[in-house]
Each structure stands twice: as structure tokens, then as C-alpha cells.
Ligand binder design. Structure first.
Ligand code: ZN
Length: 80
């Protein structure tokens, strides 16, 4: 029974990944770069720029409360 459930889960996950891959293949090069940059936090936000030694302060300029990351921008700063 457990094997059947595991197989169903694996099939579901592989279908999801295939759908995401098809979605990504339809993106323009620019949009794919933005998506990957956002997912990996390699975007022009203060945390990444401070790691790159471009800026000295990794703090969010909107709330001055947390590091300026893609997740923070999407989840918290949008509420401001
Ligand atoms: Zn913030």
C-alpha cells in the first residue's frame, strides 16, 4: 500500500515538474532571468548587492527592519 502511495506521489511530482518546465520554456529570456534571479535571490536588492560589495547595508529600504531579499520584498514589503 505504501509503495502504491509513493508511486502516486512520485507521478504527481513529476507531472508538476513537467508543467513547470513547460511554463519556463515559454518564457522570454528576460522573464526567465527575472524568475531564476528571484528564486535564487540573485537580484538587485540590498542583500545581494551587499554580498557583491556594491552596497554596504543589506537592510530593506522600505521598512528598515529586515534584510532586503526577494522573499521579503514579495511577502512583507508588499504589505506596507
Ligand atoms: Zn521591508
Amino acid at each position: 500500500m505504501k509503495t502504491k502511495s509513493l508511486l502516486a506521489t512520485a507521478t504527481y511530482v513529476s507531472l508538476l515538474l513537467a508543467q513547470q518546465a513547460m511554463y519556463c520554456r515559454r518564457l522570454t529570456r528576460r522573464d526567465l532571468r527575472i524568475l531564476i534571479g528571484t528564486l535564487t535571490d540573485h537580484v538587485d536588492l540590498n542583500r545581494h548587492l551587499s554580498l557583491m560589495k556594491v552596497r554596504s547595508d543589506p537592510t530593506c529600504p522600505l521598512c528598515q527592519d529586515e534584510e532586503d531579499t526577494a522573499l521579503h520584498l514579495l511577502m512583507y514589503s508588499a504589505l506596507l
